[in-house]
Design a binder for this molecule. Structure first.
Ligand code: GDP
Length: 606
């Protein structure tokens, strides 16, 4: 069965722009998608809107119809708009090609009542990283107290109907949010006031519930893309295509859902897709899209196409797709192409991501659902604020073998014996094995949640190690004996001292820094005004009891081995310095760190 594919108008050679919806959870991404998909169009085939694989297609006609009221005289040159159906980072991440974005424009949804939230900022960073244009949908305007509903009206028309209170509240919110964007280094402005599009990002106030501002948003998307991206949107024979998902479908075997960004695909085309075990060379058996009449849609029934032109969401069936990697590019082999070269390109797609892991193999294991999300996660883990080394990566569910791989780190660095699983399932066998071996698995579908979990875990391990090494941590101090305050000369030595520098703690080994360093024992107790304390600092006068750790130290005596003029210092070592550095860095002041450096010199520690 051959069905009509929305075709390009003959007078324009542009393909449809591809649009992604991003933003914080609950900002209204799904609702916004539903709203632009569903409202206003009761008749027949939903005003030409067609459901594709992973995307919804809005023909220009539909957009023109819905934006009538805006009296936009701009002619629409693009055939329509392709909006990716799964909102969020995931689909955006996957629309990539070697680190650059394939999504032409994004809608960043911000809840007007909440402003910028963690995932808004995460989305912003992704957009910046991939150099993707976007507009801000300032959603839920209907939540402004006292809002009068003006169903599907352009926003300025709706605004005119509002009371002064609502208008003022709106202004305040917009100003606040513009300031928040500025804090992220971005200039934003209400789209109808924006004179510097390109420099300043446009804000469109919307309601995904009652439809205010939706016409504005659609028109802005189309106008902005066709004005600024003509080159990118020019239809080309060169195939640009990304695998969104690898899925097993009954009756079709393993299939891939792709977004054809540019070019044309034919049944019978020889294609190359990246696989975890190397490039897969195969032939397109069928090009499928969902049946247009949703009501009659039987599970698993698709329309077959002889050929499909961009931009489109398509399901492809072919042999050998089991190991295909979601998020990688699909390449077409044309008659005169060198297959070797194309296979190399497919390989590089995966290797560009694989090459980001630490060569020493020391680091956590990272597992994600697709190449795109893996790439984003790796980029995130590499940022200076995060800085988590990655030793191994994989795509797809976490299996026993992945746990085995992670367990290798148990011996070397326990905290890295960890799997960060991003948007993937963990098999129950893998979970069991991980529990048995002591491998930690963190699961999340939001990058920063994964990071937060790991951060807490690392902090706990650090705390544990800090406790374990407490005996080995020697804080730097310099003490001066106060005259007439020698209470016991030997075993134990009891003295009154001035703390000249540093921190004095119970357990600190004390030494007289003469040429051959006389160790006299450890601080056993500290008293200030007859009250026992654990620690004291520079400037304080304290009474200390020093107990020898061995018979040699127990022999050491005031008046014989050291005198009133000798300074007492903490006996540091290479090991004690390392412990301090690793676990007590934050407990030392600048001055105390300097003292440590001085003592290091005295003890001739490299
Ligand atoms: P997502 O997590 O970003 O996809 O958010 P959803 O689309 O699931 O929306 C989250 C909640 O906010 C749902 O209860 C929606 O009904 C509600 N919501 C979304 N958009 C609007 C809006 O414009 N106005 C109001 N009042 N509620 C909205």
């Amino acid at each position: 069965q051959q069905a009509a594919v929305p075709s390009r108008p003959s007078d324009s050679n542009l393909r449809s722009p591809i649009c992604c919806i991003m933003g914080h959870v609950d900002a209204g991404k799904t609702k916004l998608l539903d709203c632009i998909r569903g409202t206003n169009v009761q008749e027949g085939e939903a005003g030409g809107i067609t459901q594709q694989i992973g995307a919804t297609y809005f023909p220009a006609e539909n957009i023109r119809d819905r934006t009538k009221e805006l009296k936009a005289d701009a002619t629409l040159e693009v055939p329509g708009l392709l909006v990716i159906d799964t909102p969020g980072h995931e689909s955006f991440n996957n629309l990539r090609s070697r680190g650059s974005g394939l999504c032409d424009i994004a809608i960043l949804v911000v809840d007007i009542m909440h402003g910028l939230e963690p995932q808004t900022i995460e989305s912003l960073n992704l957009l910046k990283m991939r150099n993707t244009e976007f507009i801000v949908a300032l959603n839920k305007v209907d939540r402004l107290y006292g809002w009068k509903t003006c169903r599907n009206a352009p926003i300025r028309k709706a605004m005119k109907q509002q009371s002064e209170d609502v208008k003022n509240m709106f202004k305040t919110r917009v100003n606040e949010i513009v300031t928040q964007f500025k804090e992220q280094g971005l200039n934003t402005e209400l789209y109808y006031k924006n004179k510097e599009m390109g420099e300043t990002f446009s804000i469109v106030p919307t309601s995904a519930i009652s439809g205010e501002g939706i016409p504005d948003m659609l028109l802005l998307l189309v106008k902005w893309t066709q004005k600024t991206m003509t080159k990118k949107l020019t239809y080309s024979e060169e195939v640009q295509c990304t695998v969104l998902e690898v899925k097993v479908i009954e009756g079709h075997g393993t299939t891939i859902d792709v977004v054809l960004v540019n070019g044309v695909l034919h049944e019978g085309d020889q294609i190359v897709v990246s696989g975890m075990q190397g490039p897969i060379v195969t032939t397109i058996r069928a090009l499928l899209t969902p049946h247009p009449m949703k009501e009659l849609r039987v599970k698993g029934s698709y329309i077959h196409h002889k050929e499909i032109k961009a931009a489109m969401g398509i399901k492809i069936t072919a042999q050998g797709l089991e190991h295909a990697v979601a998020g990688a590019s699909l390449h077409v082999v044309k008659p005169n192409d060198d297959l070797k070269y194309i296979k190399k390109a497919a390989l590089e797609d995966v290797e560009s991501v694989l090459s980001r892991i630490d060569r020493s193999g020391e680091g956590v294991c990272v597992q994600a659902s697709t190449l795109g999300s893996l790439e984003s996660l790796l980029e995130f883990l590499k940022t200076p604020e995060v800085n988590i080394p990655v030793g191994a990566i994989n795509i797809g569910p976490v299996h026993k073998k992945d746990v085995m791989k992670a367990s290798v780190m148990l011996e070397k660095k326990r905290e890295y014996s960890t799997i960060l699983a991003f948007d993937v399932k963990v098999t129950s066998e893998a979970k069991e094995l991980a529990d048995k071996l002591g491998v930690k698995i963190f699961i999340a579908d939001i990058i920063y949640h994964l990071f937060d979990q790991f951060k807490v875990y690392m902090a706990n391990i650090k705390e544990e190690k800090k406790k374990e090494s407490a005996d080995e941590a020697v804080f730097p101090c310099v003490l001066k004996i106060i005259p007439n305050c020698v209470f016991n000369k030997k075993d134990p030595i009891i003295l009154g001292v001035d703390i000249l520098k540093g921190i004095l703690k119970i357990g600190t080994p004390i030494c007289i820094p003469t040429q051959n360093f006389i160790d006299i024992g450890r601080i056993n107790s500290i008293k200030i005004n007859d009250k026992l304390v654990d620690r004291a600092t520079k400037g304080q006068q304290v009474a200390i009891k020093i107990v020898g750790r061995n018979s040699e130290e127990q022999q050491k005596m005031f008046g014989r081995h050291f005198g009133i003029n000798d300074e007492l210092v903490s006996h540091i070592s290479r090991r004690s310095i390392d412990v301090l550095k690793n676990y007590y860095q934050d407990d030392l002041s600048m001055e105390e760190r300097k003292l440590l450096v001085n003592l290091k010199r005295i003890f001739k520690i490299q």
